[in-house]
Design a protein around this ligand. Structure first.
Ligand SMILES: NC(=O)c1ccc[n+]([C@@H]2O[C@H](COP(=O)([O-])OP(=O)(O)OC[C@H]3O[C@@H](n4cnc5c(N)ncnc54)[C@H](O)[C@@H]3O)[C@@H](O)[C@H]2O)c1
Length: 193
């Protein structure tokens, strides 16, 4: 969405049909990675999966294409494969490796394919970390308060914790939102009963 806002034509590649449908409804094009590889100038993976961009994709990319990963370790963009199949490589700029392929094209990889915002940027901005830390602190408090009720299993962050943090963030921004009246709550709950 940020890239789109800056004027980029953004293509989403997905394996989940529901997410893919949402992407189309949000105004993005969707297609398989191997097709997008032919078109894209800048590739960002954020899947948590391995082998998202691999040899067959690298071989279709434009000369000068740039790849990076904001998802999982260094396995989403298959950098090990690039190292293996490239005929030459050099440091193009600080934190950007250029790999020349046998077809003459050069593919650039930022930060060795590791989490780009952490490895090549300045990490997360305070505006994000304040919410993460607030959720962690509130979750710890929830655990202490509810220790006798909880069983030994992983539990999701309770909605009330998410809500409490969101409410404070909105207040900090200086915005206000509406609140359900008791009648509205009763009305909505009558559907869930
Ligand atoms: N860089 C950061 O600061 C940062 C922040 C949060 C999360 N993450 C990481 O980002 C990754 C994604 O997290 P998320 O919460 O968005 O997960 P998510 O499950 O909500 O989204 C991942 C999406 O990738 C899709 N996907 C999975 N495998 C795919 C594949 N092979 N090809 C195409 N699409 C595929 C899934 O269908 C899903 O829609 C995780 O590895 C997470 O740890 C990074």
């Amino acid at each position: 969405m940020r890239a789109k806002g800056l004027g980029a034509k953004v293509i989403v590649t997905e394996v989940d049909p529901i997410k893919a449908m949402e992407a189309v409804m949000d105004g993005f094009s969707i297609m398989p990675m191997n097709k997008a590889a032919e078109i894209g100038d800048f590739f960002v993976t954020v899947t948590g999966c391995n082998g998202v961009i691999t040899e067959k994709d690298f071989m279709k990319m434009h000369d000068g294409a740039i790849c990076c990963n904001a998802g999982h370790f260094d396995v989403e963009v298959d950098v090990a494969c690039l190292r293996r199949i490239s005929v030459e490589s050099h440091l193009a700029r600080n934190n950007i490796m250029a790999y020349k392929l046998s077809n003459g094209n050069t593919i650039n990889v930022i930060a060795e394919g590791r989490l780009v915002n952490l490895a090549a940027g300045d990490g997360h901005p305070a505006e994000i970390m304040d919410m993460s830390f607030a959720i962690q602190a509130q979750s710890a408090l929830y655990l202490v308060k509810n220790k006798n009720k909880l069983t030994e299993k992983i539990i999701n962050v309770p909605k009330e914790v998410d809500r409490a943090v969101a409410e404070r963030k909105i207040k900090f921004w200086g915005f206000e939102i509406d609140k359900l009246t008791p009648e509205q709550e009763k009305y909505l709950n009558s559907w869930n009963a």
